[in-house]
Design a protein around this ligand. Sequence first.
Ligand SMILES: [Zn+2]
Ligand SMILES: [Zn+2]
Length: 321
Amino acid sequence: MAGLAVLEWFRVESRRRGGADVTNGGPVQHGYPHLDRVRASITALYKRLSYDTVQTFATSVAPVDVAFADTDDLHLGAQRVAREMVRHYRLPDARMIIGFREMTHAANVELAAGPEYFIELNDRFRVHRRDIGAALAHEVMHVYLHRLGLSFPGTRDNEILTDTAATYLGAGWLLLDAYREDGASSQKLGYLTPEEFGYVLAKRALLFGEDPSVWFTSPQAYTAYTKGAARARRDAEQPPLTAAGWAGRRRYARDRRHAQDLGPGHRAPGPEVPYTFTPDGRGPLRVSFPCPTCHQRIRVPVRGRVRARCGLCRTVLECDT
Ligand SMILES: [Zn+2]
Ligand SMILES: [Zn+2]
């Protein structure tokens, strides 16, 4: 692949009542259809970057650093915002060359050897300048992941990885904030649903003690964030974690009893049950479950209160197994 330019497209979903569609978007998708891939993306990021590097992204892109008024010069402003993304992702020698043209998708980037990368933005950004930061948060993240050599097989999964990484590392809140609906039109950028963006943003907020809710200019983005945040909090309230609620603990005790009775190979039922009991050779029963922070699977012995530390993200997990 060396030297081969790879084009990628960045999707915009947009519609206007009573007028021609700006792009081929269709209705905005909601909920958590990509949650498994989103979680796998977070795990992959920790594996590739390590805990220490993730920690260096404790500060998000500030709204003031990517502010872009419609009276600002288009090209100078786009270059300024791109430089801010390059600085945020720590790509010291990378230079983004921004152009605008009419196209179906929101943006694309040519993933070549660098240090110059060509990013094309949809002409619509000429009159939606405040969303240029969102588009560049995604496109410059493509460059970052390209340089890391981190990718998923398949375009769709790769785009989910890109949105998740941008959001987890502090720039993707702009993508969520670009989601707006009013009586006449709707707009959403990126491949995650609004709630999935909210979920990743909340995972980040929990990690760094951040409150991104004050940055939103879009009421719909704020609502999606609160929904995603509730979902993110639930990750830390699953048995065998001690923060699990009564119903979860009761179900866990029943599943554990079945595993003990039925022996090796018994799996906990249901897709929403995150833990699995496994035999440990001929030894005692063990339970595995996803780390609530990085989603790598943790395995601990079934023997009452256990404190474990995730080897990948270093989260300390209080368990009652
Ligand atoms: Zn993309
Ligand atoms: Zn972890």
